[in-house]
Design a protein around this ligand. Structure first.
Ligand code: UD1
Length: 419
C-alpha cells in the first residue's frame, strides 16, 4: 500500500504547473484507435489511469510509444480482442473502449469498468445510446457484448447529461452511417477536447460544449496531432490549497474560464485572487474567510470533483457552510476523516453542514477515493503536526507528480510503500 506523510502548517510559496486533464486523456487514448494511422497526443499526464489505458492498448496489439508528456498510438496492427476484467476494472474510463471498438469494428467485448466507489455508477445511458445506433447489447454477470451489423445515425436524448455517455456515444457514432444528434449532452470542456481530437482526424462533429451535439458519420479517420487541455480539477485543487496555506502560490497552465464556478465561490468566501490569462495567484488571507453554500452541478456548475477539496477550505471559514452533492450518492466519505482531524461537519442525506473555523491536527486518515484523497492532502497541509494518508494509490490515479509539485513550493510531504 502507498502512504503519503505530511508535516503540515507550513506556508507554501512558488508556482505549480497544472498537467494535462485526466478526464480528457482517458477518453482521448481509447479514441485514438478509431483511426488506422498514428495519433500523437501531447500534454498527457503521467498518472496510473493513463498507464492502465496504455496497458489495454497493448492487450489489443496497438503500438504505444510513451515519452515525457506525449504518447504516440499506432493501431495499424491492432486486434479486437476481449478486454478482460483485470484490465477493465482498473479504472472507470475503460468503458470508452466500448464506444471506440464498437465504432471501429462494430463489436466490443469487455467487462464492467472499475473506478472510485462514489456511487452506483451505472452505464445504462451508454448502452441505450449504442442500441439507438443499431447495436445489440448482451450481458452476462459483468461481461458485456455490444455488436452491430451496421451502425446508423440516430437522435438520442440523454435522461441525465452524463459525461461518459456523451463521449462514448460520440465515439460510436463518428464512423456510423448518417447523422447522430445527442440531446441533453454534457458540456464539460473535456468533451470539447475529445470532439476537437476526432475532428482533427476527419470526423464531423459540431456543437460540442453545448447541450446538442451533431455527429455526421464519416468512413475514415486519419492521423493527427493533438494537445490535452489543462486539468481544471487539478488546477482547482491547488488553488484551494493556495487559499489554505499559500504565502504566495501561482498556479500555471490554467484556463480560468473552465473553473469560473470555483473562482466565484472563492471570491464569495473572501479569497483574493489574481486571475491572469493562464494563471491564478492565490494566498491564505489575513482575515477569516466567510462560510458559503455550495451545490454541485453539471458543467458549468460547481464540479462534484472539487466538492471534497473545497470542504477542507470551508472548515477554515467563519460560520455555517452547506455543501450539497447532487451528482454522486456516496461522495462524503472524506468527512469522517476530516472530523478525525478536528473539523465539525455533520452529513444528512446529500448535504454536509460545516461549522467553522476549526483547527485541524494531524492524524492517520484514509484516501477512500481520488478526490477524497486530494481533500486529505489539502487537510494535511493545513493541519498542525503529522498527517498520514493510507490508500494513497487513489491519489496517484489522477494527480501527476503531486509529491514533487508540492515539495517544490515548500511542503514537507513524502510517499512511502508499506506492507
Ligand atoms: C465523469 C468524470 C468524473 C466526474 C463526473 C461528473 C471521467 C472519467 N470521470 O464521470 O470525474 O465526477 O463525470 O462530472 O470523466 N449516470 C447514469 N447512467 C449512466 C451514466 C451516468 O445514471 O449510464 C449517472 C451517474 O450515476 C451520475 C451522473 O449520471 O449520477 C453523472 O455521471 P457521469 O457524468 O456519467 O460521470 P462519469 O462520466 O462516470
Amino acid at each position: 500500500m502507498k502512504v503519503i506523510e505530511i508535516e503540515g502548517a507550513r506556508k507554501l510559496k512558488g508556482s505549480i504547473r497544472v498537467s494535462g486533464a485526466k478526464n480528457a486523456t482517458v477518453a482521448l487514448i481509447p479514441a485514438a484507435i478509431l483511426t488506422d494511422e498514428e495519433a500523437t497526443i501531447c500534454n498527457v499526464p503521467e498518472i496510473t489511469d493513463t498507464e492502465a489505458l496504455c496497458d489495454i492498448l497493448k492487450l489489443l496489439k496497438v503500438q504505444v510509444n510513451r515519452s515525457t508528456e506525449s504518447v504516440i498510438i499506432n493501431p495499424s496492427e491492432m486486434v479486437n480482442t476481449e478486454i478482460t476484467e483485470p484490465f477493465s476494472k482498473k479504472l472507470r474510463a475503460s468503458y470508452y473502449f466500448m464506444g471506440a471498438l464498437l465504432g471501429k469494428y462494430k463489436k466490443a467485448v469487455m467487462y464492467f469498468p472499475g473506478g472510485c466507489s462514489i456511487g452506483a455508477r451505472p452505464i445504462d445511458l451508454h448502452l441505450k445510446g449504442f442500441e439507438a445506433l443499431g447495436a445489440k447489447v448482451t450481458s452476462e454477470k459483468n461481461k458485456y457484448i455490444v455488436e452491430a451489423e451496421e451502425l446508423k445515425g440516430a437522435n438520442i436524448y440523454l435522461d441525465i447529461a452524463s459525461v461518459g455517455a456523451t463521449i462514448n456515444i460520440m465515439l460510436a457514432a463518428v464512423r456510423a452511417k448518417g447523422t447522430t444528434i445527442i440531446d441533453n449532452a454534457a458540456k464539460e470542456p473535456e468533451i470539447v477536447n475529445v470532439a476537437t481530437f476526432l475532428n482533427n482526424m476527419g470526423a464531423k462533429i459540431s456543437g460540442a460544449g453545448t447541450s446538442t451535439i451533431k455527429i455526421e458519420g464519416v468512413d475514415y479517420l486519419h492521423k493527427c496531432f493533438h494537445e490535452v487541455i489543462p486539468d481544471r480539477i487539478e488546477a482547482g485543487t491547488y488553488i484551494i490549497i493556495g487559499a489554505l496555506c499559500g504565502e504566495e502560490l501561482q498556479i500555471d497552465n490554467v484556463i480560468p474560464e473552465h473553473i469560473d464556478s470555483l473562482l466565484l465561490k472563492l471570491k464569495e468566501m473572501g479569497v483574493e485572487l489574481d486571475i491572469g490569462m493562464d494563471y491564478v495567484k492565490v494566498k491564505k488571507q489575513e482575515h477569516t474567510l466567510q462560510a458559503v453554500n455550495i451545490k454541485t452541478a453539471v458543467y458549468p456548475g460547481f464540479p462534484t470533483d472539487l466538492q471534497q477539496p473545497i470542504t477542507v477550505l470551508l472548515t477554515q471559514a467563519s460560520g455555517k457552510s452547506k455543501v450539497t452533492e447532487t451528482i454522486w450518492e456516496n461522495r462524503f466519505m472524506h468527512i469522517p476523516y476530516l472530523n478525525k482531524l478536528g473539523s465539525d461537519i455533520d452529513v444528512k442525506n446529500q448535504t454536509a453542514t460545516i461549522m467553522g473555523p476549526t483547527e485541524l491536527k494531524g492524524e492517520e486518515v484514509v484516501a477512500t477515493d481520488l478526490r477524497a484523497g486530494a481533500a486529505m492532502v489539502a487537510a494535511g497541509l493545513v493541519a498542525e503536526g503529522k498527517t498520514t494518508i493510507t490508500n494513497a494509490e487513489h491519489i496517484l490515479r489522477g494527480y501527476e507528480g503531486i509529491i514533487e509539485k508540492l515539495r517544490l513550493v515548500g511542503a514537507k510531504i513524502s510517499l512511502k510503500e508499506i506492507g
